[in-house]
Design a binder for this molecule. Structure first.
Ligand code: ADP
Ligand code: ZN
Length: 723
């Protein structure tokens, strides 16, 4: 549709608005649906997208004019539908969803003739802390635009301007964006095994027949799934489409990118939270123009303005990291499936431990199911044994049982590598005073502070509050009586050093090892330069450690004990993934799992390598409880900084609740962590049968509810976080 016959543009703006606003298209301007435009709103100018063109404005309204149209490819109809549907599914204002698409303001700045600043090294006459910060940032070597530099240094643009005037910064022209190389589809493919060939054939077929089918690609860790879905990607690229490979943020490692690069002889575009602004812009524009053919990205890559998406691969589809909990809540795997349905292209969900949701969809025939049973060159998962911790006493202050110690000793003696896994950061989860019993809690949250001994800090994992570990108890004032309770990864490392003084020890935890350092350690573990690795869930994912033959799980019960309905599923996935790190090289692997509930069906299934048994059990539990995927869940979360005011509001919301056929509202209840960052939190949980439109129910319930003051009301459809 063109604007000649339709002089009114309904423009969606990236604000918390339910729908677009109408503007008049000025004489001489031509717009199509999907164009990016600048429009006035009050005193501001905003970037928006033309959602609909209309012949007539509503009667009696005085419209303002569209200011300008941006010279870039329009947002496709599929993408606009995606925004509409996502907003609808998550009961979210459309404008908030659009904001996620437009989260790259630099892409709208004029590309030609841009200037940037670089440090000259010339002495500056009057130095201030602000100017020093600008110099520090500018000396990193990258030329940055004025606004970018000012933002990175936390100063106003006038500081940058005045420094340029005095000669401390010089102006350089920004080079044009580096072009995207086209992929070479036949570049670096490995010779696939028979099994891999069969799987590749099935996955390629859905691509070449332009089927909009979802394929669950299910194969144990190390079975070579990546090489296989690369073939499906090649087919989609051959058909002229763009390809999105989604990974959990944590798996976006240099090693993985190199594999994509080797396979397609071109550097894929990357999209994640750490990209520099200029690179964000390059990728955003490249995706919009269609030049970026392969994008490897974290969940938010779904919102890039795709020109012609032809395939999405969701690797590690079971990962809860695909669920975004802040701002617009969405599950990237589910939205990838939705996108495929709208865009009529296939979606591949790959995992060694698929989510129950995906398994049930495959059982029902809604998804195709491709399996890869052989570990490449090795027939099965490592052998897993349980250590019954009720019968295996630990020395006080120690967390490793005798069988674990024996196995590590033997592994190290054989010249192999061992891994100890504990999914808990820091030194100890709780600190108490032995004199008065006082527990060190966060001042802002209803949670205990976690000791981080390397940093000599007590830290809150919910709000980031930290304080030096005090010498005296803040309650009774007695000195040197604060004691750690329970193990964290640092405390485990202490025990390991004591027991295995000869071991070359590496600790892999997100807060000990950051960025470059972490990559180096992982590389050296891969090379076998360490022989004892202690890690949190960071080590469980994706890495390929060929020398690793033994895995010890220190506490398998952590996730099982939580109130999370997916606790069992998480435990299974984590245990299988961790155990799957062992025996990926020449020698077979072995895993020992410390648990207090060895008779638990899940533990038994783990020991017997009986995935079907575990799944049958898990399906039964969920089905009986009406939990996903057999029923629907949504959470309504209310938080406010005044306890009484928040509670009054919660009561008001509770009274407004409609009765719906088969719908149950649980709560209001204070959230398990009922204070976070000084805000009081309440939850409702809505449970409904699958056939109920839970979104309509929520809309009906909350349509007249208007949170005021500090109070915030959030809706979480398909919640994954129950804290
Ligand atoms: P998964 O993704 O299923 O865990 P990967 O694709 O990472 O498995 O494969 C595991 C290892 O086996 C990798 O090092 C990979 O390079 C190797 N591999 C997979 N398929 C082949 C093949 N056909 N020939 C040689 N090596 C392969
Ligand atoms: Zn806190």
């Amino acid at each position: 549709m063109n604007s000649n016959s339709h002089p009114i543009a309904d423009v969606l703006l990236p604000l918390a608005l339910e729908g677009p606003y109408s503007y008049r298209i000025p004489e001489g301007m031509t717009l199509e649906e999907g164009c990016y435009v600048a429009v006035p709103l009050g005193p501001r100018t905003l970037i928006g997208v033309v959602w609909v063109l209309k012949a007539q404005a509503p009667e009696g309204t005085k419209l303002r004019d569209v200011i300008a149209r941006f010279d870039m490819p329009a947002m496709g109809e599929t993408h606009r539908k995606f925004v509409d549907w996502l907003a609808d599914y998550y009961v979210e204002p459309k404008g908030n969803v659009l904001r996620m698409v437009l989260r790259c303001p630099g892409a709208f700045e004029e590309a030609k003739g841009q200037v940037a600043y670089r440090a000259t090294g010339q002495q500056i006459r009057r130095m201030t802390p602000q100017r020093q910060r600008v110099l520090d940032v500018a000396s990193e070597g990258f030329a940055m635009r004025q606004s970018e530099l000012a933002k990175a240094a936390g100063v106003g643009t006038s500081v940058v301007k005045s420094m340029a005037k005095e000669g401390a910064l010089e102006v350089v022209a920004l080079p044009a964006h580096k072009a995207f190389q086209p992929p070479d589809l036949n570049a670096g493919g490995l010779t696939l095994s028979k099994q891999q060939q069969l799987a590749a054939h099935e996955l390629r077929a859905v691509v070449t027949t332009r089927s909009a089918k979802v394929m669950l690609f299910d194969g144990v860790t190390g079975s070579g799934k990546t090489e296989v879905y690369f073939e499906a990607m090649a087919a989609a690229l051959a058909a002229g489409g763009q390809v999105l490979l989604l990974l959990p943020e944590i798996a976006l490692t240099a090693g993985f990118i190199t594999r994509v690069e080797t396979r397609f002889a071109c550097e894929p575009a990357q999209w994640h939270s750490d990209l520099r602004p200029r690179e964000r812009e390059r990728v955003w524009r490249g995706v919009a123009s269609g030049e970026a053919r392969i994008v490897v990205g974290a969940r938010s890559a779904l919102f890039l303005p795709w020109k012609k998406l032809g395939l999405i691969v969701v690797d590690e589809e079971h990962e809860s990291a695909y669920k975004q909990d802040d701002g617009v809540t969405y599950h990237a795997r589910d939205m990838a499936v939705l996108y495929g349905a709208i865009g009529k292209f296939p979606v591949i969900l790959s995992s060694a431990t698929p989510s129950l949701e995906s398994i049930v969809n495959a059982d029902r025939g809604r998804y195709g199911h491709v399996k890869l049973n052989d570990r490449h060159g090795r027939p099965e998962l490592p052998e897993i044994d349980l250590v019954d911790m009720r019968k295996t006493p630990l020395e006080s202050g120690a967390w490793l049982s005798a069988p674990l110690i024996e196995n590590i000793t033997a592994t190290l003696a054989a010249g192999d590598q061992a891994l100890l896994f504990l999914n808990r950061r820091g030194y100890a989860p709780v600190t108490v005073c032995r004199a008065c019993g006082h527990r060190m809690d966060c001042p802002n949250c209803a949670a205990s502070l976690v000791e981080h001994r390397f940093r000599r800090q007590l830290m809150c994992h919910h709000c980031g509050h930290h304080e030096p570990t005090p010498k005296a108890c803040p309650q009774c004032g007695v000195e040197d009586k604060l004691v750690p309770c329970g193990p964290g990864i640092e405390r485990l490392a202490e025990e390991a050093v004591q027991r295995f003084p000869e071991a070359r020890l590496a600790i892999l935890s997100s807060d000990l090892a950051r960025g470059v350092f972490l990559r180096d350690v992982i590389r050296d573990v891969t090379k076998g330069e360490y022989n004892l690795v202690i890690g949190t869930q960071l080590v469980a994912k994706g890495h390929h450690f060929p020398f690793l033959t033994f895995v010890g799980v220190v506490d398998a019960d952590l996730a099982l004990e939580s109130s999370d309905p997916r606790g069992g599923e998480r435990t299974w996935a984590l245990m299988a993934q961790v155990a799957g790190r062992a025996g990926r090289g020449e020698k077979p692997g072995h895993a020992l799992v410390q648990t207090h509930v060895p008779e638990h069906p899940l533990m038994q299934a783990l020991k017997n390598g009986d995935r079907e048994g575990y799944l049958a059990q898990e399906k039964l539990i969920r089905e009986n409880a009406g939990l996903p995927p057999y029923g629907r869940l949504a959470a309504v979360i209310i938080a406010g900084s005044d306890a009484a005011e928040t509670e009054r509001f919660v009561r008001l919301v509770a009274r407004a609740a409609p009765t719906g056929e088969g719908v149950t509202i649980l709560g209001p209840a204070t959230a398990p962590i009922h204070i976070v960052r000084g805000r009081f939190r309440w939850r409702f949980l809505v449970k409904a049968p699958r056939e109920v439109n839970i979104q309509a129910f929520l809309r009906q319930w909350l349509k007249d509810i208007k949170p005021k003051g500090s109070i915030h009301l959030g809706i979480d459809v398909d919640p994954y976080n129950f804290l």
